[in-house]
Ligand binder design. Structure first.
Ligand SMILES: Nc1ncnc2c1ncn2[C@@H]1O[C@H](COP(=O)(O)OP(=O)(O)OP(=O)(O)O)[C@@H](O)[C@H]1O
Ligand SMILES: [Mg+2]
Length: 358
């Protein structure tokens, strides 16, 4: 009979998958390094704890463990979502094998189910944007209405001011007028996606990208290289060209702004990539084909503290930024049965736009 713990298990520490060995009570007899990382505890702490007790919904594990002890199977594969107190749930692919060791009969291999984590995140983004949209719209209307009155009243007041000697007072009315205008612009941007109905026509995505390219180059003529990596076989599709240009421009504009320090060195690079993607899920619906567009920059990356919130309105990491560019872009793309995702680390920020094709 085997005594697995007396064999050398050190090599398992090299694995990326988490490996655990359980005794007949379901207590942890061994955990490799990846398991320690995944469970955020050292083996010292984990040792002799029942695996099922580590999770709020550990009863699922207990059931499978029970079946294993009854030898109902030799190996079982299962996708699990294990909930933990005060931490995010673990989405896992589990393979549980019964091994030939009477004292420690169960070997478990756990891998993070990245696909599921991603789907959950997308769903969250979707719910949030929906809620945001309503909030923004109502708030913008509430601000817009009195704003016209405030500006008008300041203008009238200014007209009533006698010419000389009251320059100071005129400065005050000018402040009111200027600040009202600033707010007006903000409110107009907030309401932009709702202001006009979509104008749908045949769109060639490369025309959209080329337009964005020339707009960006016009604004950043020095030190920025724009690489075009197009799949010219992409089909035309139905969409609102102006909205799509605005969406791509907002993303590319952020990238160019983030690249400003590199432009000085002359190695700032923005890549525009177009591809086709197959079998894609967007907002819980599966599509056979989708446009797979990337706007990639080699800038400093999105600041960690903003990463989860960049699509929220009024979230900005930029001096003077209004934090609306990405909110608008996401809204426009969603109106095209699409979604924007983002991956970012220093030196590589990749905004991916997926748009479902019929
Ligand atoms: N490519 C990028 N590289 C680094 N940071 C980025 C990038 N894209 C977006 N960000 C960060 O995300 C924030 C939000 O972007 P968003 O376009 O929504 O607002 P903004 O650019 O601040 O203001 P606005 O676009 O309304 O003028 C930015 O302020 C910036 O900190
Ligand atoms: Mg922006």
């Amino acid at each position: 009979m085997l005594n697995i713990l007396s064999t050398s298990l050190g090599g398992l520490d090299l694995l990326a998958s988490a490996v655990l060995i359980l005794d007949i009570q379901g207590r942890i007899a061994y955990a490799n390094a990846a398991a320690e990382t995944m469970l955020e505890s050292s083996f010292k702490v984990l040792h002799k704890q029942r695996l099922q007790d580590l999770f709020v919904n550990g009863d699922k594990l207990a059931t499978i463990f029970g079946q294993a002890m009854l030898r109902q199977f030799d190996e079982k594969r299962e996708d699990l979502v294990l909930e933990r107190i005060g931490r995010s749930p673990l989405h896992l692919n589990m393979v549980l094998s019964v091994i030939d060791d009477p004292d420690n009969p169960v070997l478990i291999e756990l891998r993070e189910n990245v696909q599921q984590v991603k789907l959950d995140r997308e769903e969250r983004i979707l719910d949030q944007t929906q809620a945001n949209k309503e909030l923004i719209r109502n708030l913008a209307h509430e601000i817009k209405n009195p704003l016209g009155g405030i500006r008008g009243a300041a203008q009238l007041l200014e007209l009533e001011l006698p010419g000389q000697g009251l320059k100071d007072l005129r400065e005050y009315t000018q402040v009111i007028i200027k600040e009202s205008d600033r707010l007006q612009t903000l409110v107009d941007r907030l309401l932009a996606p709702h202001r006009r109905p979509q104008i749908v026509g045949d769109v060639n995505i490369h025309e959209v990208f080329e337009r964005v390219r020339s707009l960006i180059l016009a604004e950043f003529p020095n030190g920025l290289k724009i690489v075009r990596d197009y799949d010219l076989s992409l089909p035309e599709f139905r969409g609102d060209k102006e909205q799509l240009i605005q969406a791509v421009l907002n993303i590319a504009h952020n990238a160019a702004q983030a690249l400003a320090p590199r432009m000085v060195n002359g190695d700032a690079e923005l890549t525009l990539r177009t591809r086709i993607a197959r079998s894609i899920t967007i907002a819980k619906v599966r599509y056979r084909l989708a446009l797979d567009l990337h706007i990639v920059d080699n800038g400093p990356g999105i600041p960690a503290e903003l990463k989860d919130r960049i699509f929220y309105p009024l979230v900005s990491g930029r001096e003077g930024g209004s934090g609306l560019g990405l909110t608008l872009a996401q809204t426009f793309i969603q109106q095209h049965s699409g979604v924007i995702e983002c991956e970012s680390r220093p030196g590589l920020t990749d905004f991916r736009i997926l748009i479902a094709l019929p």
